[in-house]
Ligand binder design. Structure first.
Ligand code: SF4
Length: 71
């Protein structure tokens, strides 16, 4: 997963809802804790609830979009 730091406004919502997936850096930008991790409903919820849709999740290997979903 990735966080677009041009979009992230540092709300911290993803860190609160999925602390295993995200942390805030010194500039209050969200950073994924892991480039690759197993499926996580909490991380998916965090991506869905990010107010600026800064979080992108793809399947390892296939690269298929998990969030935002492909059209
Ligand atoms: S929820 Fe979105 S805007 Fe808020 S810290 Fe996480 S990535 Fe940034």
């Amino acid at each position: 997963m990735t966080v677009d730091t041009d979009l992230c406004i540092g709300s911290g919502a993803c860190v609160l809802s999925a602390p295993e997936g995200f942390e805030l850096d010194a500039a209050r930008q969200s950073c994924p804790r892991h480039e690759v991790m197993g499926p996580s409903d909490a991380v998916l919820d965090a991506a869905e609830n990010c107010p600026v849709e800064a979080i992108a999740i793809v399947e390892e290997g296939s690269g298929a979009a998990v969030f935002p979903p492909a059209d």
